[in-house]
Design a binder for this molecule. Structure first.
Ligand code: NAP
Length: 228
């Protein structure tokens, strides 16, 4: 449907060739199984001035370069869901024909959607395990925090808001102080106080190892999907 784009005042078309002919910077954001057909369709219109940026999960720069003219400036980016509220975490890598100019352009443009870092391509699957899927682990943690408060007698809606604000505040302090999480955690732990009693329960439940296992499982799954 074209109407969401039209409502934002964007020029729209059903023709992919027209998009490429009228643009310099082209984002590929179709589902992975559709991508080969789209690349075949646009390939004849791709020229030296084009910059092609793929968001498509599991499709490597090597594959993109194989399906496009060899001199195409290709970049691959992996966003995460909070980009929609300008608090995303994105990593990107460039293909051989893209240089510092294209990299700086992409970083500059996408920084308005959140943190945006250039990385070796091998980190992209790890980013999926850490951050792309990671938002879901954080939602699960937020839900558990709020449910703990509900169990102790707080109304659910209030507990949910406070849980979300707790995550936001903790994340903001991590980013703004630049401190290691262990240091900030230590600052909250009064000897013999409430926090150390709670942290002991989390360690007994193997939270740390479980979260590490989750990142590993999602990263491995992303690698496997890229091979399919
Ligand atoms: N969602 C995320 O958080 C996320 C994170 C990382 C990477 N990605 C990647 O982003 C891509 C899109 O994911 P999504 O969740 O946004 O999927 P989506 O909501 O299904 O969006 C796919 C888009 O592709 C359009 N489309 C379908 N066939 C097309 C064609 N032949 N030519 C041009 N456009 C076509 C669709 O238009 P219509 O709606 O008009 O059919 C739709 O706008 C995927 O490759 C995914 O791996 C997504």
């Amino acid at each position: 449907s074209l109407s969401p784009g039209q409502e934002l005042g964007c020029r729209t078309t059903h023709c992919n060739l027209e998009v490429v002919q009228r643009s310099t910077l082209v984002f590929l954001a179709v589902k992975p199984h559709i991508l080969p057909d789209v690349l075949e369709e646009i390939r004849p219109a791709v020229e030296l001035h084009h910059i092609v940026v793929s968001l498509v999960a599991g499709v490597t720069i090597q594959t993109l370069q194989r399906l496009l003219p060899p001199w195409t400036k290709v970049l691959r980016i992996m966003p995460n869901l909070p980009c929609v509220v300008q608090a995303g975490a994105m990593v990107f890598s460039r293909g051989i024909a893209a240089d510092d100019t294209e990299s700086a352009l992409l970083k500059n443009l996408l920084s308005s959607c959140g943190l945006c870092e250039e990385v070796p391509e091998s980190y992209i699957d790890i980013h999926t395990g850490l951050s792309g899927s990671g938002v879901a682990y954080v939602y699960l943690f937020a839900e558990a925090l709020a449910e703990g408060a509900v169990k102790m007698g707080m109304p659910g809606a209030l507990a949910g808001r406070i849980a979300a604000q707790t995550l936001l505040g903790a994340a903001k302090m991590l980013l703004e102080t630049g401190e290691h999480p262990a240091k900030l955690r230590g600052d909250v732990c009064t000897p013999g106080g409430t926090t150390i009693y709670a942290l002991h329960q989390l360690e007994k439940g193997a939270l740390r190892a479980t979260v590490m296992n989750a990142v590993e499982a999602a990263t491995n799954r992303a690698c496997d999907m890229a091979k399919d």
